[in-house]
Structure formats: structure tokens, C-alpha cells
Design a protein around this ligand. Sequence first.
Ligand SMILES: *Cc1c(COP(=O)(O)O)cnc(C)c1O
Length: 433
Amino acid sequence: MIYYSLKNSNETASFSKAVIKGIAPDRGLYFPQEIPQLEKEFIDSLPTLPLHEMATEVMLPFVEKEMSRADLYTIIQKTFDFDFPIVPITEQIGSFELFHGPTLAFKDVGARFMAQCLGYFNQKEKQQKTTVLVATSGDTGGAVANGFLGVDGIDVVILYPKGKVSPVQEKQLTTLGQNITALEVNGVFDDCQTMVKTAFLDQDITKYRQLTSANSINVARWLPQMLYYFIAYQTHRKNSDQPLVCAVPSGNFGNICAGMMGQQMGLPIDHFIACTNVNDVVPRYLSNQVYAPKPTVPTISNAMDVGDPSNFVRIQKIYGNDFSRLQQHLTGYRFTDEETCDAMQKIFDETSGYIADPHGAIGYLGLKAYLENRPEKKGIFLETAHPIKFPETVEKTLGQKIPIPSRLQDLMQREKKSISIKDYTDLKDFLLR
Ligand SMILES: *Cc1c(COP(=O)(O)O)cnc(C)c1O
């Protein structure tokens, strides 16, 4: 597959180059030159296909010529080694739980797939050792660090603001060891981010080390998320012939955009619902056709506090920049924090105590709004995080303690190891050591 920059179609890259670079030199997002089409036979066979075989078949055209089917299969096996259950909430609605990965975040899949791909290309081309340098305000860093843990030829250096991440998040960053180093910065997230950006431009460092960012717009983080929708369809089809609607809590719109790609390849998803908090630039666009980015407003579903979603250009491209085609496939809804808390309560009361996190609760609200006059359809909302990651909001809303999953109990026992740094000179010394 050849990828091109959405800023200039002459700016092209192979899959490996797109993965290593992350973003095109003109700062455009990479997009595949064609959308592969799946055979009808393949679609019909989905309910009985084993997950790893299905996933290899779907992803192969995107990596072809640079990775054999067998090598892709191995990467898929290492990426998808946990469960993706759909838990019934009502007759019509299911919660599609994407949080059973190592850091309880749906971003685990993208981070692991990208880490495996980078490790693979690194080994094949016998490059110098690569250092992944990231700043994190909490969640993404954990998923990235975990994804890269033990990957040959890659060191990971994570900067995080001292005292500004939750206890669980800090443990996820600082207890891994091996090729992962956590630098605890005496400052805020923006200080971490600025230092990372400075390092990428510092030739003393880049002469000595190959630096890479594990950016969320990387094609190797974006594309494998489409497999969620194939998994959902497989599970759904085993029990039902009704059309399947997918509601996706969205921030940068990478996850939903991957699903739309799957649909354009031939996966029978009936409709997509983009669910946001009050950072609602896309729902507003869908109602008035005006794309008006706004400064970010903080909410309780903070992984979706995005004022100008980076993947929006990819969504437009998928539908050939045709607004009415986009509208046929996508409906948007936005909800306030108050509505989000009410939804968490309602879900809890109407099931026997199902606990949704604030992001999943927004997905539920969007799905419910859309299905209201459509009894012939069924839907799932993507539950993108385990509620334990947002304990304060959830416990305050429900008046309930959330049981700590056993995996986290182990984690909380482990010893924190980090190196304190105070400024850029410290970071530079560390990277040049
Ligand atoms: C990142 C994230 C989202 C938003 O996903 P996008 O692909 O950026 O739209 C939603 N929920 C949670 C919990 C997340 O971490």
C-alpha cells in the first residue's frame, strides 16, 4: 500500500516510511491511496472466522509488499491477546468493552500494533537503536509504554508532570523497567511537551540518537482500530440479523474514523454515531455544515476534550469530501457533564449495577437518542475505558466504590522507579549519556 499526504497527494510514502515518520514532511496526515474491497464470501464467513485470521486478512492490504502474511499474523497475535466482550445493557443496546488490555485503555491496541511494526521495521533495516520520546498527561503514555515494553531495538523515554497524574497512571508509567524509562518533571504537562519538542529539533541529540514520537495520528495506531468493528460485527451476527449501529465516544475521531474505513471496505455497519461532550465541533458541523474549531473546554470525559479533532480530514476523505454522503453514514450528538452523570446513574439502575465510565456513558446517550424511533435496529456503544480510571467522578455519581480489578492490585504493589529532572539541560544530559 502507498500512503499520501492529505495536504499534497504527490507527497507519498510506503507503509514503513509512514509508520517511522508518523506525519508527512508537509505536516499532512497520511491516507491510503486506495480503500481495499473485501470479498462477499469473506464478509459472509465473518461470524465463524477466528479473530487472528480475520484481523490478518483485513489488515494485509495496508501493509502488503513490506510485511509477509505470516509476520503480520505474529504481530496481530501479540496485539490482540485479550477479550472484547459485548455486555447487554437493554434489549437493544450493548456495551462493547474495549478496556481489557494491559493498561485498561482502548488505546492499548493501537499502541501495541504500532510498537510491533516499528520494532519489525527496525530489525529488518538494522537501523541504529531508536528512542521513542513522549510527553504524557496521563493515559496515552501508559498505553504507549506498555505497547513498547520489551520490543527489540527500541528505548522509550516518557516525561510526565510530577504530582499531576493519578496514582494508577503513575504506576503504569514507572514500574515497567526494561527498555522503558520514566522522567518525572518538576512542572506541568506543557513543560514536558515543550522539552520533547525542543529535543526533536536539537541536532546534538538527533545526531546521536534516532528519535521517534508515538503520535496518535500514526497510521499504525489508527488503522488497527478498525478491527474493533469487525469483532463487534462477528459477535453481533452470531445472535442477530438486525442492522448494527455503532456509537463511538469521540475526541480526536481516530477510532470512529477507523470504523468508517472498515465500512467502506465492505463491513455491514448500518450507521455510526459520533458522541462528544461539549467539545462538539463535529456534531455542530453535521447539523450546519460549518466546521468551526473552538478552544478546549475541560469536562469529566477528559480524553475527549478536543477542540479541533485531527482525524476529521480523514473522515471527509473517506466520503470523497461529499457532505450528503457523510450525513448518510454519520449522526452526531453532544452531551453535558450533568447528562453524562445522569446516564451513568440510569445505566447502573436499569441493569443490575453495571458501571459505565463517563466516556462510555456519552456513547450510550448518543446511541439511545438515535435508536429511539428505530426499533428494527440494534446498537453497541464503545466502552473505551474501565471506570476505575475515573474513580472520583464515578464514585461520586453512583455513591459506590468501584472494585479494583486484580491486575491493578498487582500493579499498585510494584515499586516506582523514575528519574527526576527539572529542566531541558537535565533531559539533554540524560539523552546524551
Ligand atoms: C482517546 C479516548 C477517546 C477518544 O478517542 P478518539 O480516537 O481520539 O476519538 C475516548 N475515550 C477514551 C477513554 C479515550 O482514552
